[in-house]
Design a protein around this ligand. Structure first.
Ligand SMILES: [Zn+2]
Length: 118
């Protein structure tokens, strides 16, 4: 008698409905393209998971492009009747933001978006 083993698909830990499939994904960080990496992608919610080695490779690619660590915490401070956000020097340098540049600020689904043309 042949014993047929059921092929167990890995379930998605996020939605718990979809199955994980090995796929190449295009990775980007802060809008900068980092390259294609192998990941397990959920066929239901499209969430992707990378193993430790791939995560390291993505980190290396981000460091190479000079964007690693650009996402940082900042404090909102008070200035007169308004609130101000301090933009860290490394972000300003990366975007070539200069004092006096006009910016457009607006809410977006509970977030604050600051758009400056540089
Ligand atoms: Zn899922």
């Amino acid at each position: 008698m042949v014993n047929i083993k059921k092929i167990k698909m890995k379930k998605c830990p996020i939605c718990e409905k979809g199955n994980l499939e090995k796929k190449k994904i295009k990775e980007q960080m802060f809008g900068v393209y980092l390259g294609e990496f192998l990941a397990e992608v959920c066929d239901e919610c499209n969430e992707s998971f990378t193993d430790e080695e791939t995560t390291k490779k993505i980190e290396e690619a981000a460091k190479e492009k000079g964007i690693w660590g650009l996402g940082v915490k900042t404090k909102i401070t008070k200035t007169g009747n308004s609130l101000a956000v301090r933009i860290p020097k490394k972000i300003a340098d990366f975007l070539n933001l200069k004092e006096g540049i006009e910016a457009y600020i607006h809410p977006d689904a509970g977030r604050v978006i600051v758009e400056a043309r540089v």
